[in-house]
Design a protein around this ligand. Structure first.
Ligand code: ADP
Ligand code: MG
Length: 382
């Protein structure tokens, strides 16, 4: 069942329109966002679809192909801690739009999410951004036609996720889902929100990007994320800088820190920001071998210095490298989720097979491997 059909089944009529927004995968720049650093996501071909019609009242009625039942709330009942479960990602959007000065009506809404849920590929932002795109068109806010309008929607969707869904994430996911363009990566400067489009044409170079969703979720995620963040903030305070982005002389900074763990965290963040810049230069020069080598260096840094990898992610990266990938790395927060591998297009199926075999040998769950290309941001489909 797709979103249109789900709408018909739930509400007994055709929707007024269909909108969609993509998931994302970060090429490089991990755990840099909360340090004022750089990230480089692409939008995925996998998208979340929202079929919608406006209502004359303030009720929000929503169904999802990926969830049971119809959720109904009044927009006046939405607030921090007041909407439970997946519908919070939806209800947060009109709530945040109103707080940004855009009054909105209720909506009948059917969702179909084709981004794997909880795989670190940002199905949550895809959901928020698809709903925001629907509101922008249905209410004629016209926020999708300009970069500045889309940037406003980024803040709205981020607020929906932070305040109503209660997930303390940076803005990378929403920026990617709304601002990415086909055949481009989005260079995102988390210090000032500046963005830049970086052309990525892997197919022309005979290459492909493989996503390996390990389907592993280790319980550590939330606590360890908070702990890493806190360590970075303490290090910045000791070094007298606002964020680790400001560290210009790494050896000098490391010499001023006497905790070994903290030194390694700082070394990851500072070198990772450098690697984002290096990948952008290499992409622009078409030096894909170098891009791959930097991916692998990023994984090593995340595994050994930042300590956010896990056996499944390490196995995925090692198996891909062994099969002939130019480079591979975990992507996203870590402790599960997905890895990416940059591979010659002709060995993509063999690489996926090698990863599956390595997982089977380790007794891990079968991973979900698929090819992705840099795709377009949120928009109207019908
Ligand atoms: P990720 O964003 O990496 O996929 P998150 O934990 O941030 O992982 O978000 C996943 C959550 O988003 C799901 O548990 C669910 O609550 C919600 N969600 C995303 N897509 C859908 C969908 N199509 N239908 C219902 N809920 C969804
Ligand atoms: Mg998410």
């Amino acid at each position: 069942m797709d979103a249109r059909e789900a709408f018909r089944v739930a509400f007994g009529r055709a929707p007024e329109g269909l909108w969609s927004a993509p998931g994302r995968v970060n090429l490089i720049g991990e755990h840099t966002d909360y340090n004022g650093g750089l990230a480089l996501p692409i939008a995925l071909p996998q998208r979340t679809y929202a079929a919608a019609s406006p209502r004359a009242d303030r009720r929000l009625r929503v169904v999802s192909v990926q969830a049971d039942g119809l959720v109904e709330v009044s927009l006046d009942e939405v607030g921090p801690g007041r909407v439970e479960g997946w519908a919070a990602y939806v209800a947060g959007v009109p709530w945040a739009l109103e707080r940004a000065g855009f009054p909105v009506p209720g909506l009948d809404l059917a969702i179909d999410g084709r981004v794997p849920l909880g795989a670190g590929l940002s199905s949550s932002a895809a959901l928020e951004c698809a709903v925001a795109a629907a509101y922008s068109d249905l209410c004629v806010f016209d926020l999708l036609s300009t970069d500045s309008g889309r940037a406003q929607l980024v803040s709205v969707c981020r607020r929906a996720e932070n305040d109503i869904a209660g997930a303390p994430t940076g803005g990378m996911d929403q920026s990617a889902s709304l601002l990415c363009r086909a055949d481009h990566a989005l260079l995102l400067d988390c210090r000032d929100g500046h963005t830049e489009q970086v052309p990525v044409d892997l197919a022309a170079a005979g290459l492909a990007l493989l996503v390996i969703d390990t389907r592993a979720h280790h319980e550590l995620v939330d606590g360890q994320y908070g702990a890493r963040r806190a360590t970075c903030e303490r290090a910045a305070a000791i070094l007298g800088v606002e964020t680790l982005r400001e560290v210009a002389d790494l050896p000098a900074a490391l010499a001023r820190l006497d905790e070994d763990g903290m030194r390694r965290r700082v070394r990851h963040v500072v070198t990772e920001i450098g690697r984002v810049n290096d990948v952008v230069v290499a992409l622009r020069a078409g030096e894909y071998g170098r891009v791959g080598a930097i991916f692998t260096a990023s994984h090593t840094s995340l595994r050994d210095d930042y300590e956010v990898s896990c056996p499944e992610l390490d196995t995925a990266v090692e198996a891909a490298a062994g099969a002939g990938a130019l480079g591979a790395r975990m992507t996203g927060g870590g402790f599960g989720g997905s890895a990416i591998a940059l591979v010659p297009a002709d060995i993509l199926p063999a690489t996926a097979e090698a990863v599956r075999t390595a997982f089977a040998q380790q007794g891990f769950r079968e991973p979900n491997c698929f090819e992705v290309a840099a795709s377009a941001g949120a928009g109207r489909d019908e």
